[in-house]
Design a protein around this ligand. Structure first.
Ligand SMILES: Nc1nc2c(ncn2[C@@H]2O[C@H](COP(=O)(O)OP(=O)(O)OP(=O)(O)O)[C@@H](O)[C@H]2O)c(=O)[nH]1
Ligand SMILES: [Mg+2]
Length: 551
Protein backbone atom coordinates (compact mmCIF):
# COMPACT_ATOMS: atom_id res chain seq x y z
CA UNK A 1 0.00 0.00 0.00
CA UNK A 2 1.20 3.47 -0.70
CA UNK A 3 0.08 4.63 2.72
CA UNK A 4 3.45 4.63 4.49
CA UNK A 5 4.87 6.72 1.78
CA UNK A 6 2.06 9.16 1.98
CA UNK A 7 2.84 9.56 5.62
CA UNK A 8 6.43 10.27 4.83
CA UNK A 9 5.52 13.61 3.32
CA UNK A 10 2.83 14.98 5.56
CA UNK A 11 3.31 18.58 4.52
CA UNK A 12 2.82 17.86 0.91
CA UNK A 13 -0.01 15.55 1.65
CA UNK A 14 -1.85 18.11 3.61
CA UNK A 15 -1.46 20.72 0.96
CA UNK A 16 -2.68 18.47 -1.69
CA UNK A 17 -5.64 17.15 0.04
CA UNK A 18 -6.95 19.46 2.70
CA UNK A 19 -6.68 22.75 0.94
CA UNK A 20 -10.39 23.10 0.47
CA UNK A 21 -12.81 24.29 3.04
CA UNK A 22 -14.62 21.01 2.98
CA UNK A 23 -11.94 18.86 4.51
CA UNK A 24 -13.99 15.68 4.34
CA UNK A 25 -14.59 15.97 0.66
CA UNK A 26 -11.05 16.70 -0.05
CA UNK A 27 -9.72 13.90 2.02
CA UNK A 28 -11.94 11.50 0.15
CA UNK A 29 -10.57 12.97 -3.01
CA UNK A 30 -7.14 12.24 -1.70
CA UNK A 31 -7.98 8.67 -1.01
CA UNK A 32 -9.25 8.32 -4.53
CA UNK A 33 -6.05 9.73 -5.80
CA UNK A 34 -4.02 7.29 -3.83
CA UNK A 35 -6.03 4.35 -4.80
CA UNK A 36 -6.03 5.07 -8.44
CA UNK A 37 -2.54 6.32 -8.47
CA UNK A 38 -1.25 2.90 -7.70
CA UNK A 39 -2.61 1.39 -10.84
CA UNK A 40 -2.75 4.28 -13.25
CA UNK A 41 -0.17 5.15 -15.71
CA UNK A 42 0.44 8.88 -15.65
CA UNK A 43 3.39 8.35 -13.40
CA UNK A 44 4.17 4.74 -13.98
CA UNK A 45 7.48 4.12 -15.59
CA UNK A 46 6.08 2.53 -18.72
CA UNK A 47 3.56 5.19 -19.40
CA UNK A 48 5.92 7.93 -18.54
CA UNK A 49 8.28 6.55 -21.12
CA UNK A 50 5.44 6.43 -23.58
CA UNK A 51 4.69 10.01 -22.86
CA UNK A 52 8.25 10.98 -23.35
CA UNK A 53 8.56 9.16 -26.64
CA UNK A 54 5.25 10.17 -28.00
CA UNK A 55 3.82 13.46 -26.93
CA UNK A 56 6.95 14.62 -25.28
CA UNK A 57 9.54 13.71 -27.81
CA UNK A 58 11.54 16.81 -27.17
CA UNK A 59 11.89 16.27 -23.51
CA UNK A 60 14.91 14.03 -23.44
CA UNK A 61 15.55 11.35 -20.89
CA UNK A 62 14.43 13.53 -18.04
CA UNK A 63 11.66 15.13 -19.93
CA UNK A 64 9.44 15.53 -16.98
CA UNK A 65 11.97 17.94 -15.59
CA UNK A 66 13.14 19.75 -18.65
CA UNK A 67 10.25 22.11 -19.22
CA UNK A 68 6.66 22.64 -18.50
CA UNK A 69 5.19 22.09 -21.95
CA UNK A 70 5.21 18.33 -22.08
CA UNK A 71 3.54 18.23 -18.78
CA UNK A 72 0.30 19.05 -20.41
CA UNK A 73 0.32 15.61 -21.82
CA UNK A 74 1.37 14.05 -18.62
CA UNK A 75 -1.06 16.12 -16.75
CA UNK A 76 -3.92 15.32 -19.05
CA UNK A 77 -3.11 11.75 -18.50
CA UNK A 78 -2.95 12.41 -14.86
CA UNK A 79 -6.16 14.32 -14.76
CA UNK A 80 -7.81 11.62 -16.76
CA UNK A 81 -6.66 9.02 -14.35
CA UNK A 82 -6.72 11.30 -11.38
CA UNK A 83 -3.80 9.78 -9.59
CA UNK A 84 -0.17 9.03 -9.64
CA UNK A 85 2.03 6.21 -8.70
CA UNK A 86 3.20 6.53 -5.16
CA UNK A 87 5.53 3.61 -5.61
CA UNK A 88 7.31 5.49 -8.29
CA UNK A 89 7.71 8.37 -5.96
CA UNK A 90 9.24 6.15 -3.40
CA UNK A 91 12.05 5.09 -5.66
CA UNK A 92 12.71 8.14 -7.75
CA UNK A 93 13.96 11.47 -6.56
CA UNK A 94 12.68 13.11 -9.66
CA UNK A 95 9.21 11.92 -9.25
CA UNK A 96 9.35 12.77 -5.59
CA UNK A 97 10.17 16.32 -6.52
CA UNK A 98 7.25 16.33 -8.80
CA UNK A 99 4.85 14.59 -6.57
CA UNK A 100 5.53 16.37 -3.41
CA UNK A 101 3.57 19.43 -4.18
CA UNK A 102 3.04 20.49 -0.61
CA UNK A 103 6.69 20.21 0.15
CA UNK A 104 7.61 22.27 -2.81
CA UNK A 105 5.29 25.05 -1.80
CA UNK A 106 6.92 25.12 1.55
CA UNK A 107 10.30 25.83 -0.03
CA UNK A 108 9.91 28.55 -2.58
CA UNK A 109 13.64 29.17 -2.80
CA UNK A 110 14.25 25.65 -3.84
CA UNK A 111 11.41 25.78 -6.30
CA UNK A 112 12.76 28.81 -7.94
CA UNK A 113 16.20 27.32 -8.28
CA UNK A 114 15.36 24.02 -9.73
CA UNK A 115 12.38 25.21 -11.66
CA UNK A 116 10.85 21.80 -11.42
CA UNK A 117 8.43 22.72 -8.72
CA UNK A 118 7.21 25.77 -10.52
CA UNK A 119 6.55 23.58 -13.45
CA UNK A 120 4.95 21.11 -11.30
CA UNK A 121 2.73 23.67 -9.68
CA UNK A 122 1.81 24.96 -13.04
CA UNK A 123 1.29 21.54 -14.30
CA UNK A 124 -0.92 20.72 -11.41
CA UNK A 125 -2.99 23.78 -11.85
CA UNK A 126 -2.85 23.23 -15.50
CA UNK A 127 -4.06 19.75 -15.32
CA UNK A 128 -7.12 20.90 -13.56
CA UNK A 129 -7.47 23.94 -15.66
CA UNK A 130 -7.20 22.09 -18.89
CA UNK A 131 -9.70 19.67 -17.60
CA UNK A 132 -12.09 22.48 -16.95
CA UNK A 133 -11.50 23.99 -20.30
CA UNK A 134 -11.98 20.78 -22.15
CA UNK A 135 -14.94 19.61 -20.24
CA UNK A 136 -16.81 22.76 -19.55
CA UNK A 137 -15.66 25.12 -22.21
CA UNK A 138 -16.83 27.74 -19.77
CA UNK A 139 -13.54 28.74 -18.38
CA UNK A 140 -13.61 31.82 -16.36
CA UNK A 141 -10.93 33.51 -14.35
CA UNK A 142 -12.78 32.76 -11.18
CA UNK A 143 -13.02 29.19 -12.03
CA UNK A 144 -9.39 28.76 -12.84
CA UNK A 145 -8.57 30.71 -9.83
CA UNK A 146 -10.53 28.54 -7.52
CA UNK A 147 -9.05 25.48 -9.06
CA UNK A 148 -5.60 26.75 -8.53
CA UNK A 149 -6.52 27.53 -4.99
CA UNK A 150 -7.74 24.03 -4.56
CA UNK A 151 -4.47 22.73 -5.71
CA UNK A 152 -2.50 25.11 -3.65
CA UNK A 153 -4.16 23.65 -0.63
CA UNK A 154 -2.36 25.28 2.23
CA UNK A 155 -2.41 28.61 0.48
CA UNK A 156 -6.12 28.61 0.26
CA UNK A 157 -6.47 28.56 3.97
CA UNK A 158 -4.72 31.88 4.18
CA UNK A 159 -6.69 35.05 4.72
CA UNK A 160 -7.82 36.59 1.47
CA UNK A 161 -7.66 40.17 0.33
CA UNK A 162 -7.96 42.91 2.84
CA UNK A 163 -6.24 40.86 5.48
CA UNK A 164 -2.59 40.39 6.09
CA UNK A 165 -1.05 38.19 3.51
CA UNK A 166 2.47 36.91 3.79
CA UNK A 167 4.60 37.95 0.90
CA UNK A 168 6.42 34.67 0.25
CA UNK A 169 3.15 32.83 -0.14
CA UNK A 170 2.11 35.27 -2.79
CA UNK A 171 5.32 34.62 -4.52
CA UNK A 172 4.77 30.92 -4.50
CA UNK A 173 1.37 31.45 -5.85
CA UNK A 174 2.64 33.78 -8.47
CA UNK A 175 5.18 31.37 -9.72
CA UNK A 176 2.69 28.72 -10.44
CA UNK A 177 0.20 31.18 -11.86
CA UNK A 178 2.81 32.84 -13.98
CA UNK A 179 3.89 29.58 -15.30
CA UNK A 180 0.38 28.81 -16.39
CA UNK A 181 0.40 31.86 -18.54
CA UNK A 182 3.80 31.03 -19.92
CA UNK A 183 2.89 27.56 -20.83
CA UNK A 184 -0.37 28.46 -22.34
CA UNK A 185 1.34 31.17 -24.30
CA UNK A 186 3.69 28.63 -25.77
CA UNK A 187 1.19 25.97 -26.56
CA UNK A 188 -2.21 27.41 -26.87
CA UNK A 189 -3.08 30.92 -27.78
CA UNK A 190 -6.68 30.38 -26.85
CA UNK A 191 -5.80 29.22 -23.40
CA UNK A 192 -3.50 32.14 -23.13
CA UNK A 193 -6.33 34.52 -23.67
CA UNK A 194 -8.39 32.67 -21.23
CA UNK A 195 -5.67 32.82 -18.68
CA UNK A 196 -5.53 36.53 -19.12
CA UNK A 197 -9.29 36.73 -18.93
CA UNK A 198 -9.09 34.80 -15.79
CA UNK A 199 -6.90 37.36 -14.26
CA UNK A 200 -9.01 40.21 -15.48
CA UNK A 201 -12.03 38.75 -13.97
CA UNK A 202 -10.11 38.47 -10.73
CA UNK A 203 -9.11 42.03 -10.89
CA UNK A 204 -12.53 43.31 -11.73
CA UNK A 205 -13.82 41.56 -8.68
CA UNK A 206 -16.92 40.42 -10.58
CA UNK A 207 -16.79 36.89 -9.36
CA UNK A 208 -19.65 35.91 -7.11
CA UNK A 209 -18.94 32.32 -6.26
CA UNK A 210 -19.08 31.29 -2.64
CA UNK A 211 -15.33 30.99 -2.50
CA UNK A 212 -13.70 34.34 -2.15
CA UNK A 213 -11.46 35.38 -5.01
CA UNK A 214 -7.80 35.35 -4.24
CA UNK A 215 -6.14 38.59 -5.23
CA UNK A 216 -3.12 37.92 -7.35
CA UNK A 217 0.05 39.77 -7.13
CA UNK A 218 1.17 38.53 -10.47
CA UNK A 219 1.89 39.73 -13.92
CA UNK A 220 -0.79 40.06 -16.50
CA UNK A 221 -0.52 40.22 -20.24
CA UNK A 222 -1.51 43.40 -21.92
CA UNK A 223 -3.14 43.55 -25.34
CA UNK A 224 0.12 43.15 -27.19
CA UNK A 225 0.90 40.07 -25.20
CA UNK A 226 3.57 41.79 -23.17
CA UNK A 227 3.84 41.02 -19.49
CA UNK A 228 3.02 43.91 -17.26
CA UNK A 229 2.92 44.15 -13.52
CA UNK A 230 -0.49 45.18 -12.24
CA UNK A 231 -0.58 48.06 -9.86
CA UNK A 232 -1.50 47.35 -6.24
CA UNK A 233 -4.77 49.18 -6.73
CA UNK A 234 -5.72 46.82 -9.51
CA UNK A 235 -5.06 43.87 -7.28
CA UNK A 236 -6.78 45.24 -4.22
CA UNK A 237 -9.55 47.28 -5.76
CA UNK A 238 -11.75 47.44 -2.69
CA UNK A 239 -9.13 47.62 -0.07
CA UNK A 240 -6.41 49.82 1.11
CA UNK A 241 -2.88 49.10 0.08
CA UNK A 242 -1.56 46.02 1.83
CA UNK A 243 -0.03 47.21 5.03
CA UNK A 244 2.91 44.87 4.93
CA UNK A 245 5.33 46.00 2.33
CA UNK A 246 8.17 43.64 2.94
CA UNK A 247 11.59 45.00 2.55
CA UNK A 248 14.38 42.56 2.00
CA UNK A 249 16.66 42.72 4.97
CA UNK A 250 20.39 42.64 4.69
CA UNK A 251 22.08 40.36 7.11
CA UNK A 252 25.71 40.07 7.98
CA UNK A 253 27.81 38.18 10.48
CA UNK A 254 28.36 39.88 13.77
CA UNK A 255 32.15 40.18 14.06
CA UNK A 256 32.01 39.85 17.84
CA UNK A 257 29.63 37.01 17.97
CA UNK A 258 31.40 33.74 18.28
CA UNK A 259 28.24 31.84 17.58
CA UNK A 260 28.12 33.20 14.03
CA UNK A 261 24.81 34.80 14.74
CA UNK A 262 23.67 37.01 11.96
CA UNK A 263 22.80 40.53 12.70
CA UNK A 264 20.38 42.68 10.88
CA UNK A 265 22.07 45.66 9.35
CA UNK A 266 18.82 47.47 9.13
CA UNK A 267 18.15 46.97 12.85
CA UNK A 268 17.56 50.24 14.63
CA UNK A 269 20.75 51.66 16.00
CA UNK A 270 20.59 53.48 19.27
CA UNK A 271 20.73 57.12 18.48
CA UNK A 272 19.63 60.32 20.03
CA UNK A 273 16.49 60.46 17.97
CA UNK A 274 15.20 57.17 19.39
CA UNK A 275 16.00 58.23 22.92
CA UNK A 276 14.18 61.50 22.36
CA UNK A 277 11.23 59.70 20.84
CA UNK A 278 11.00 57.46 23.87
CA UNK A 279 11.12 60.38 26.20
CA UNK A 280 8.46 62.18 24.23
CA UNK A 281 6.02 59.36 23.80
CA UNK A 282 6.96 57.05 26.63
CA UNK A 283 5.33 54.16 24.79
CA UNK A 284 6.26 50.86 26.42
CA UNK A 285 7.15 49.16 23.12
CA UNK A 286 9.42 51.94 22.10
CA UNK A 287 11.04 51.97 25.51
CA UNK A 288 11.61 48.26 25.19
CA UNK A 289 13.08 48.74 21.74
CA UNK A 290 15.34 51.42 22.99
CA UNK A 291 16.58 49.23 25.83
CA UNK A 292 17.31 46.42 23.42
CA UNK A 293 18.99 48.73 20.99
CA UNK A 294 21.14 50.15 23.74
CA UNK A 295 22.06 46.68 24.86
CA UNK A 296 23.03 45.60 21.38
CA UNK A 297 25.19 48.66 21.01
CA UNK A 298 27.39 47.63 23.93
CA UNK A 299 30.84 46.68 22.70
CA UNK A 300 32.41 44.29 25.19
CA UNK A 301 36.10 44.63 25.83
CA UNK A 302 38.39 42.10 24.15
CA UNK A 303 39.34 40.67 27.55
CA UNK A 304 35.68 40.10 28.39
CA UNK A 305 35.09 38.45 25.05
CA UNK A 306 38.05 36.16 25.45
CA UNK A 307 36.94 35.24 28.99
CA UNK A 308 33.53 34.28 27.65
CA UNK A 309 35.14 32.34 24.86
CA UNK A 310 37.70 30.56 27.01
CA UNK A 311 35.07 29.40 29.45
CA UNK A 312 32.62 28.42 26.73
CA UNK A 313 30.01 30.66 28.26
CA UNK A 314 26.82 31.37 26.38
CA UNK A 315 24.76 29.14 24.17
CA UNK A 316 26.97 26.52 22.59
CA UNK A 317 26.50 23.61 20.30
CA UNK A 318 27.20 20.24 21.84
CA UNK A 319 29.79 19.66 19.16
CA UNK A 320 31.66 22.73 20.19
CA UNK A 321 31.79 21.53 23.78
CA UNK A 322 32.75 18.07 22.63
CA UNK A 323 35.53 19.35 20.38
CA UNK A 324 36.94 21.32 23.28
CA UNK A 325 37.51 18.02 25.07
CA UNK A 326 34.53 17.88 27.43
CA UNK A 327 32.37 14.88 28.04
CA UNK A 328 28.91 15.91 26.89
CA UNK A 329 27.31 12.75 28.23
CA UNK A 330 27.49 13.87 31.83
CA UNK A 331 25.47 16.66 33.40
CA UNK A 332 27.13 20.08 33.57
CA UNK A 333 29.96 18.88 31.31
CA UNK A 334 31.84 22.17 31.43
CA UNK A 335 32.38 21.66 35.13
CA UNK A 336 34.30 18.48 34.45
CA UNK A 337 37.46 19.91 33.16
CA UNK A 338 39.66 17.23 31.66
CA UNK A 339 42.80 19.22 32.29
CA UNK A 340 43.66 21.32 35.31
CA UNK A 341 45.43 24.63 35.18
CA UNK A 342 44.76 25.49 38.83
CA UNK A 343 47.53 26.19 41.23
CA UNK A 344 47.88 24.19 44.40
CA UNK A 345 46.25 26.95 46.44
CA UNK A 346 43.31 27.21 44.07
CA UNK A 347 42.79 23.49 44.20
CA UNK A 348 42.60 23.60 47.97
CA UNK A 349 40.09 26.41 47.85
CA UNK A 350 37.98 24.58 45.36
CA UNK A 351 37.97 21.45 47.44
CA UNK A 352 35.89 23.26 50.07
CA UNK A 353 32.95 22.60 47.85
CA UNK A 354 33.64 18.89 47.90
CA UNK A 355 32.60 18.73 51.52
CA UNK A 356 29.21 17.31 52.24
CA UNK A 357 26.48 19.90 51.98
CA UNK A 358 24.29 19.83 55.06
CA UNK A 359 21.11 21.72 55.72
CA UNK A 360 21.07 22.97 59.30
CA UNK A 361 18.57 25.81 59.68
CA UNK A 362 15.66 27.63 58.08
CA UNK A 363 14.29 31.00 59.08
CA UNK A 364 11.18 32.91 58.18
CA UNK A 365 11.81 35.62 60.69
CA UNK A 366 15.05 37.25 61.71
CA UNK A 367 14.88 35.94 65.25
CA UNK A 368 15.20 32.43 63.85
CA UNK A 369 18.55 33.09 62.22
CA UNK A 370 21.15 30.68 63.61
CA UNK A 371 24.28 32.14 65.22
CA UNK A 372 27.18 32.60 62.86
CA UNK A 373 30.17 30.41 63.54
CA UNK A 374 31.62 30.06 60.06
CA UNK A 375 31.91 32.45 57.10
CA UNK A 376 28.64 32.87 55.33
CA UNK A 377 27.90 33.38 51.65
CA UNK A 378 24.32 34.18 50.69
CA UNK A 379 22.66 33.81 47.31
CA UNK A 380 20.09 36.49 46.54
CA UNK A 381 18.15 37.46 43.47
CA UNK A 382 14.74 37.55 41.88
CA UNK A 383 12.61 34.45 42.03
CA UNK A 384 13.58 31.71 39.61
CA UNK A 385 16.93 33.21 38.76
CA UNK A 386 18.66 29.97 39.75
CA UNK A 387 19.85 30.52 43.33
CA UNK A 388 19.10 27.04 44.60
CA UNK A 389 20.40 25.45 41.41
CA UNK A 390 23.66 27.30 41.79
CA UNK A 391 24.15 25.91 45.28
CA UNK A 392 23.71 22.43 43.89
CA UNK A 393 26.03 23.11 40.98
CA UNK A 394 28.75 24.56 43.19
CA UNK A 395 28.74 21.55 45.46
CA UNK A 396 27.81 19.06 42.74
CA UNK A 397 25.35 17.67 45.20
CA UNK A 398 22.24 17.72 43.12
CA UNK A 399 18.98 17.49 44.98
CA UNK A 400 20.18 18.74 48.35
CA UNK A 401 18.73 22.17 47.69
CA UNK A 402 15.29 22.02 46.19
CA UNK A 403 14.70 23.75 42.89
CA UNK A 404 11.67 24.35 40.74
CA UNK A 405 10.78 25.93 37.47
CA UNK A 406 8.00 27.78 39.26
CA UNK A 407 9.16 31.02 40.83
CA UNK A 408 8.72 31.13 44.56
CA UNK A 409 9.79 27.69 45.72
CA UNK A 410 12.25 28.86 48.34
CA UNK A 411 10.16 30.67 50.93
CA UNK A 412 12.49 30.84 53.89
CA UNK A 413 16.15 31.54 54.46
CA UNK A 414 17.86 28.15 54.30
CA UNK A 415 21.27 27.61 55.84
CA UNK A 416 23.61 24.90 54.54
CA UNK A 417 27.06 24.08 55.76
CA UNK A 418 30.09 22.67 54.01
CA UNK A 419 31.81 20.91 56.89
CA UNK A 420 32.96 23.61 59.26
CA UNK A 421 34.44 25.72 56.54
CA UNK A 422 31.71 27.60 54.82
CA UNK A 423 28.02 28.33 55.20
CA UNK A 424 25.92 28.73 52.08
CA UNK A 425 22.61 30.55 52.49
CA UNK A 426 19.77 30.14 50.03
CA UNK A 427 17.53 33.20 50.19
CA UNK A 428 13.95 33.40 48.99
CA UNK A 429 13.55 35.24 45.73
CA UNK A 430 11.85 38.56 45.29
CA UNK A 431 9.78 39.91 42.42
CA UNK A 432 7.29 37.76 40.58
CA UNK A 433 6.44 34.49 42.32
CA UNK A 434 3.47 32.23 42.77
CA UNK A 435 2.55 33.56 46.18
CA UNK A 436 0.31 36.16 47.72
CA UNK A 437 1.56 39.72 47.59
CA UNK A 438 1.82 40.09 51.33
CA UNK A 439 3.79 36.86 51.57
CA UNK A 440 6.18 38.01 48.87
CA UNK A 441 6.59 41.29 50.64
CA UNK A 442 7.46 39.48 53.83
CA UNK A 443 10.18 37.50 52.00
CA UNK A 444 11.56 40.69 50.60
CA UNK A 445 11.66 42.29 54.01
CA UNK A 446 13.33 39.23 55.44
CA UNK A 447 16.02 39.29 52.75
CA UNK A 448 16.59 42.98 53.29
CA UNK A 449 16.92 42.47 56.99
CA UNK A 450 19.30 39.57 56.51
CA UNK A 451 21.68 41.35 54.15
CA UNK A 452 21.72 44.51 56.20
CA UNK A 453 22.09 43.06 59.70
CA UNK A 454 23.73 39.68 59.44
CA UNK A 455 27.02 39.45 61.22
CA UNK A 456 29.55 37.11 59.63
CA UNK A 457 28.05 37.53 56.20
CA UNK A 458 31.15 37.53 54.05
CA UNK A 459 29.49 38.00 50.71
CA UNK A 460 26.16 38.22 49.00
CA UNK A 461 26.12 36.73 45.54
CA UNK A 462 23.49 38.75 43.76
CA UNK A 463 22.28 36.52 40.97
CA UNK A 464 21.10 38.20 37.78
CA UNK A 465 19.43 36.45 34.89
CA UNK A 466 21.76 36.98 31.94
CA UNK A 467 18.91 37.37 29.51
CA UNK A 468 16.91 39.83 31.58
CA UNK A 469 19.55 41.87 33.31
CA UNK A 470 19.18 43.73 36.58
CA UNK A 471 15.69 44.63 37.72
CA UNK A 472 14.63 47.59 39.88
CA UNK A 473 14.36 45.29 42.89
CA UNK A 474 17.96 44.23 42.36
CA UNK A 475 19.06 47.84 42.38
CA UNK A 476 17.03 48.36 45.53
CA UNK A 477 18.92 45.57 47.23
CA UNK A 478 22.20 46.91 45.89
CA UNK A 479 21.44 50.29 47.42
CA UNK A 480 20.65 48.68 50.71
CA UNK A 481 23.90 46.70 50.70
CA UNK A 482 25.81 49.79 49.74
CA UNK A 483 24.30 51.59 52.70
CA UNK A 484 25.21 48.76 55.06
CA UNK A 485 28.57 48.09 53.48
CA UNK A 486 27.70 44.47 52.80
CA UNK A 487 30.10 43.08 50.21
CA UNK A 488 28.27 41.73 47.22
CA UNK A 489 29.22 40.25 43.89
CA UNK A 490 27.12 39.98 40.77
CA UNK A 491 26.75 36.51 39.31
CA UNK A 492 25.13 36.17 35.90
CA UNK A 493 23.10 32.99 35.74
CA UNK A 494 21.63 30.87 32.96
CA UNK A 495 24.28 32.04 30.54
CA UNK A 496 23.53 29.02 28.40
CA UNK A 497 20.34 30.71 27.28
CA UNK A 498 21.93 33.58 25.39
CA UNK A 499 24.56 34.01 22.74
CA UNK A 500 28.12 34.40 23.99
CA UNK A 501 28.32 38.00 22.92
CA UNK A 502 25.24 38.81 24.95
CA UNK A 503 26.81 37.28 28.04
CA UNK A 504 29.75 39.62 27.56
CA UNK A 505 27.44 42.56 26.88
CA UNK A 506 25.43 41.90 30.02
CA UNK A 507 28.53 41.68 32.15
CA UNK A 508 29.82 44.94 30.68
CA UNK A 509 26.50 46.63 31.19
CA UNK A 510 26.26 45.68 34.85
CA UNK A 511 29.88 46.41 35.56
CA UNK A 512 29.38 49.85 34.10
CA UNK A 513 26.18 50.53 36.00
CA UNK A 514 27.83 49.65 39.34
CA UNK A 515 31.13 51.31 38.56
CA UNK A 516 30.73 53.90 41.30
CA UNK A 517 29.57 51.51 43.97
CA UNK A 518 31.89 50.84 46.86
CA UNK A 519 30.81 47.48 48.22
CA UNK A 520 30.61 45.67 44.93
CA UNK A 521 33.24 42.99 44.38
CA UNK A 522 34.48 42.69 40.86
CA UNK A 523 34.56 40.95 38.49
CA UNK A 524 31.06 40.04 37.45
CA UNK A 525 30.93 36.26 37.50
CA UNK A 526 29.14 34.32 34.79
CA UNK A 527 27.82 30.82 35.25
CA UNK A 528 25.47 28.21 33.96
CA UNK A 529 24.34 25.58 36.42
CA UNK A 530 23.11 23.59 33.49
CA UNK A 531 26.28 23.35 31.41
CA UNK A 532 28.65 23.97 34.29
CA UNK A 533 30.30 26.88 32.52
CA UNK A 534 31.99 29.29 34.91
CA UNK A 535 31.16 27.22 37.98
CA UNK A 536 34.74 26.32 38.66
CA UNK A 537 35.80 29.95 38.53
CA UNK A 538 33.08 30.89 40.97
CA UNK A 539 34.23 28.13 43.28
CA UNK A 540 37.69 29.59 43.11
CA UNK A 541 36.46 33.05 44.03
CA UNK A 542 34.15 31.95 46.85
CA UNK A 543 36.52 29.30 48.15
CA UNK A 544 38.86 32.06 49.23
CA UNK A 545 36.32 33.07 51.86
CA UNK A 546 36.24 29.71 53.54
CA UNK A 547 37.87 29.10 56.88
CA UNK A 548 40.78 26.75 56.57
CA UNK A 549 42.04 26.85 60.15
CA UNK A 550 40.22 24.59 62.52
CA UNK A 551 38.28 26.46 65.18
N1 LIG B 1 18.94 26.82 31.36
C1 LIG B 1 19.22 26.96 32.64
N2 LIG B 1 18.27 26.79 33.55
C2 LIG B 1 18.58 26.94 34.84
C3 LIG B 1 19.87 27.27 35.25
N3 LIG B 1 19.87 27.37 36.60
C4 LIG B 1 18.64 27.09 37.00
N4 LIG B 1 17.84 26.83 35.96
C5 LIG B 1 16.44 26.51 36.01
O1 LIG B 1 15.73 27.62 36.53
C6 LIG B 1 14.64 27.20 37.31
C7 LIG B 1 14.68 27.87 38.64
O2 LIG B 1 15.77 27.42 39.35
P1 LIG B 1 15.87 27.60 40.93
O3 LIG B 1 17.26 27.22 41.33
O4 LIG B 1 14.76 26.89 41.63
O5 LIG B 1 15.64 29.14 41.06
P2 LIG B 1 15.54 29.99 42.42
O6 LIG B 1 16.22 31.28 42.17
O7 LIG B 1 16.04 29.20 43.57
O8 LIG B 1 13.98 30.22 42.50
P3 LIG B 1 13.13 30.60 43.81
O9 LIG B 1 13.50 29.62 44.87
O10 LIG B 1 11.74 30.48 43.36
O11 LIG B 1 13.49 31.98 44.16
C8 LIG B 1 14.75 25.70 37.38
O12 LIG B 1 13.83 25.15 36.48
C9 LIG B 1 16.15 25.39 36.97
O13 LIG B 1 16.26 24.15 36.32
C10 LIG B 1 20.87 27.45 34.25
O14 LIG B 1 22.03 27.77 34.49
N5 LIG B 1 20.48 27.28 32.96
MG1 LIG C 1 15.21 28.60 45.32
Amino acid sequence: MPQPHVNSSPGGKRNWSSGGIAGGRNSSKREDGNGKGAKLGGWNKSEKRKDQNGQQGSMGPKGHRSDGVPRVGVKKNLSGTSGFDRRKRKTSDDSRDNDNGGKSYAKPGFTRKSGSIGKFSARKGDGFMSQNLDVDGLYSGRRSNSKVSDISGGIKRRPVCGKKVEAPKWKKFDESAEFEVKRHGAKDAGSDEQAVDGRNSDESGSITEEKKPRPRLTRVLDQTGKKVKPSKKDIFPDFEEPALKKKRKRMKLDPYDTSNKRIDESAPKPDVSIAEKVLEKGAPEETEMSINAKFRAIQPSPSMLSYVEDNLLGRRRLNEIKNAGYNVKISAPLDNIPFSTSTERERIEETVFRNKLEFFAAAKISSSFPPTTIPEIAFAGVSNVGKSSLLNALTRQWGIVRTSDKPGLTQSINFFRLASKLCLVDLPGYGFAYAKDEVKESWQELVKEYVSTRVGLERVCLLVHTKRGMKPLDYELVDLMERHKTPYQIVLTKTDLVFPIDVARRAMEIQESLRKNKSVINPVMMVSSKTGAGIRNLRGVLGKLARFIKP
